[in-house]
Every structure is written in structure tokens, then in C-alpha cells.
Design a protein around this ligand. Sequence first.
Ligand code: NAD
Length: 487
Amino acid sequence: MADVPLLRCFVDGQWLETPHRFSNINPVNGQLVSMVCEADAATVQHAVAAANRASQDTWKHLNLNERAALLHRIADGIEQRFDEFVQAEVSDTGRPVHQARSLDVARGIANFRTFADLIKTGSSEMFEGIAPDGAKIINYITRKPLGTVGIISPWNLPLLLLTWKVAPALAMGNCVVAKPSEETPSSATLLAEVIQAAGLPHGVFNLVHGFGPNSAGEYLSSHPDIAAITFTGESRTGTTIMKAAAEGVKEVSFELGGKNAAVVFADADFEAAIAGVMRSSFTNSGQVCLCSERVYIERPLFKRFLEELKRRCEALVVSYPDAPNVDMGPLISLQHRDKVLSYYQLAREEGATIVAGGGVPRFGDERDQGAYVQPTILAGLPDSARCMREEIFGPVCHLSPFDTEEEVIARVNDSAYGLAACVWTTHLSRAHRVASQFETGIVWVNTWFTRDLRTPFGGTKLSGLGREGGRYSLDFYSEISTVCIKL
Ligand code: NAD
């Protein structure tokens, strides 16, 4: 076995080695990054018990200021080890270094700071009323910790998505058992080190590595002693976890897949729209739940838009994460590449025109063992094609012309998913009119991926259940109760 680091689970303040190990592979070249200790059922049980103990004994008794100070200390710890976090993200995912710096690790820090500050400024509702006998009553709303929250996260933005849930869960006084994706265990392990160094009491944060079915994910989501599950990942996995959660009537929050649309009106700022669609289709090799896989362009602009998008797509630099001017790295794994390539093939079978890409780049070096695909543009498919209805989760978009506002709204909404949509227009009232009719959790106008962490985030239909962000996170991660007082 190559001499690589061994990533361990972190349970009740201790680093645990388990007998089963799995490989963490660098998708740039197929080389081994680390070996990872897989948590078995007993390890998950140990983690849940430790979290429940810590919840009763210590964490929920800390006051708001103490918890907020510890969250800021975690953010400071990530900042101090910024380059290690960047390296962890890059070696697990192959993403460009500049993206890991500006997106993943920066947002990881922001998540802890935002929720630390939010709990200190949060307020509660109060209602005055009259009892049947005429006496005055007041009702006020309190939020208490839920207990232990199980967190299951995906590989596409590993630190960002994990901390998006860990930070508010801890902020509201819960303890956590977190299971990161088996594809991206490194930044989560670093986070556990930072949390340990920040001095959180033992058992408040626990990390279990492993897979989904018959592994840590299933053991955690079906554990009877967790109070809630928050999950980000595929819609199909969400269904399985929901069934497991139904047994104990646990609270669930799901951030799931998408088949997002971007709509470009002929009055759009052409340069902004082209740059925006390039970003929303190809960022992180298209492996962002918010990426646009369906692009609708008003007919008078269609040909010009297609030609310019093709030119820019073919000019994307697909390379090593630290290559000069790199735009795109590989996909997460060879297995995921097979899935994306199967959709490139299906698109051909469904009659698509391959406007750009459609295959695998050849480098003539170690990257040929990696999980690269070409960024790809398709056209000519009907909205009923599978490639237009199923989430591909790769660097691919399909361009379709449209003629009227009503038509495009109907086509965007004709989807089993409802996560995000983008509109590119300079027509103010059209922007409002169209945005209000999309059946998605978020609509961006003349921008993409811009997030204010105080706003609700989540999807409709197959894209999720519930909302997180700002006070919506504070609500999900707490037991809300009412105190009614007769004066
Ligand atoms: P996935 O569902 O395969 O895995 C996500 C996590 O769930 C992993 O940790 C995995 O080990 C675990 N898991 C898998 N099966 C499980 C089971 N039966 N029980 C318990 N845990 C299980 O998703 P992925 O491939 O890691 O991530 C990509 C998906 O995530 C895409 O569909 C993407 O759209 C979605 N996503 C959504 C959002 C959002 O905010 N809506 C954000 C990022 C990614």
C-alpha cells in the first residue's frame, strides 16, 4: 500500500481507527490521496450516544455568547489553515485552486461567522391577546435545541455544504454527527481537527466516514436516537433517507437535485448573459446543484448566442487544478464520468446536435487516467427528451430557442425539479413578472450563484423539502414552542 495519510473518524473527542478502510482517489490522475476509516454500525452508535450525552451535559447549557464565540473560533481556525483546506478540496475533487479558494473555503468560514452573528441578533415573536374570561394574555415563542442532528453531505462543494449545516446546527445548541461524502473526506477531517482545537466539548461534533447503503449513511439516517436529519444530495437518496426518517417521525431538511433553466431574452446585456451562462453551466465542471443544464434563448438572439457560447466553450482551459488560467478540472470520479458520458451518448441517440465537446479530452499524460470530460453544448432536443428532464450533473447545457414569455415560463416549469432559475433581461417589469412565475426555490436575475446567507435556500418538487438559510436555518435546527401567560 502506498504511503498515504489515514483519515480517521472523530467521535467523542477522540480519533478512531476502524477495521474497514476505503480509498480516496484524486480524479486528476487516478492516484491514491489517502485511506479512510469507514465507520461501522458500532462507531455510528458510539457517535450518536456521545452527541446525546454532550447535548444534555454541556453544549445546550452554554449561552448564546459562548456558543457564538466558539463558532468564530472555528472560523478563525479554518482561516489559519486556509491553504491546507484548499489543498484538501483540490486533491479530493480536482477543482481549480482559485475556485477552492474563492468559493469553498471562503464560504466555509462565512458559514460559521454568519450563524454566530445571527444567533446574537435573532429575535422572537410575541403576541398579545384576550382570554375567554377577558383577561389579558401574552404568547411568546422560544427556540430550544433539538438534540443530535445527523448531517449527510455530498461531494460537489464539500466544505461549503457541510459547514452550511454544521454551523447553524451548533449555533442553535445541537450536537452533530456528520457524514461527508465518501468521495471527499479530507476537508471534513480537517474541520474536525479545527473544531477539536477550538475547544468544543467532547461529543458536540462527531465525524463518521463511509458510504450510504449498508454503511455510515444508512446507520446514521436510520438511527433511532437522532432528532433530525439534514441531507444534501441526489433526490433518489433523499427518498431513501425520508423513509428511514419516517420510522422515528424525525425532522428532515433536504437539499436535492436540479434541472435548472437559464432564460435569455433578446433585450439582455449580451456580454453579461454570455458570461453568466458560461459560469452557470461550466463552474466546477457543471457539478453544482444550481448549474443551468437547460438554456432558453429568445429566437432573434439564438444564432448569435449559440455561436459565441460555442466559441467560449471551446476556449475553456481544461487542465490541472493549478495550471495557469485553468477553467475546469475533472469530474469527481471515473464512475461519475461514465454517467455523464452515458448522457452525451444518449443525447446523440435522442437526436441532439453536438455544438461543442461531447467526448473526453486527451492529454498524453497522467490526466488520461483522470475523470475529465469535454465541456459540451447540445442543441435540437425536444423538451421531452431524457437529456432535458434528468439531472446530468456535468459540464453540459442544451440550448433551445423560444418565442414568447408565456411559452418559456411554461417550458421552464415543465420539470420534475424546482431548484433554481436564471433570467437575463434588461426589462425591469419583465424580470419581476417572469421571476414570480417560476416554480423554483430561487430565481436569479442578471446574476447566478450570488447568495446572501440570510435568505432562505431550498427547492420545490424533487429538489427538496424545507428551507435553510438565515432564520429558516434557526427554525429548522430548533424545537419551537410557545409560552402562553395569563396576566
Ligand atoms: P448522493 O445522494 O449520492 O450522496 C450524498 C450523500 O448521501 C453522501 O454522503 C452519500 O454517502 C450519502 N448516501 C448515499 N446513499 C445513502 C443512503 N441510502 N442513506 C444515507 N446516506 C446515503 O449525492 P452526491 O452524488 O454526493 O451529490 C450530488 C447530488 O447532490 C446532485 O443531485 C446535486 O444536485 C445534489 N446537490 C444538491 C444541492 C442543493 O442545495 N439542493 C447542493 C449540492 C448538491
